[in-house]
Design a protein around this ligand. Structure first.
Ligand SMILES: [Fe+2]
Length: 175
């Protein structure tokens, strides 16, 4: 599964911070921006970014202990939305760490595809609600269920292999 995603076996953020970001997301559910694809159409992703997210004390501490720079934002998928198969723009990010927040049960997986016309996919489940490093340079999608799907993301400009190597060698987050 290495080329598509890498599951972490421990959480990075505290339960308090998960609760805070879940509350922020729910309190601002109508303030999320729909992401627009290269053809000018909403692609099914919605995001909420605020400079203040970057300076929450626990986030500041994690950033201080991280060997690479990253930015923090919330992602939301509306009930029953289908995310268009896409690769993320490498100018902005090549990989990320996803922290699933809600729903706590039945959190929809991320699906990775080999080609645009190929319907075979590799499934990244979040069964333990633990963080996962995603390779955003591969085609991916979400078919959401009837719940709002909310996660916190740390976005990196470095590619997936770099992030995973650092993480495995305990050099991504230095304590
Ligand atoms: Fe994406």
């Amino acid at each position: 599964m290495l080329p598509y995603f890498y599951k972490l076996d421990t959480k990075i953020i505290s339960t308090n911070l998960e609760t805070l970001f879940t509350r922020i997301a729910l309190d601002h559910i109508d303030k999320f921006t729909e992401h627009i694809d290269d053809n000018g159409n909403p692609d099914g992703n919605s995001y909420l970014y605020h400079d203040d997210f970057q300076t929450i004390p626990e986030i500041k501490e994690i950033k201080k202990n991280c060997s690479l720079d990253f930015y923090v934002l919330l992602y939301m998928h509306k009930p029953n939305v289908t995310v268009v198969k896409h690769r993320d723009n490498p100018k902005y990010r090549k990989s990320n760490i996803i922290h699933p927040l809600m729903p706590q049960k039945d959190y929809s997986p991320t699906l990775f595809f080999k080609t645009f016309y190929d319907n075979d996919f590799v499934t990244c489940n979040y069964e333990n609600m633990l963080p996962v490093i995603l390779n955003l340079s591969h085609l991916h999608s979400v078919q959401n269920n009837s719940h709002y799907r909310i996660n916190l993301q740390f976005s990196f400009k470095e590619d997936f292999e770099t992030i995973v190597d650092l993480y495995k060698n305990k050099k991504l987050f230095i304590q």
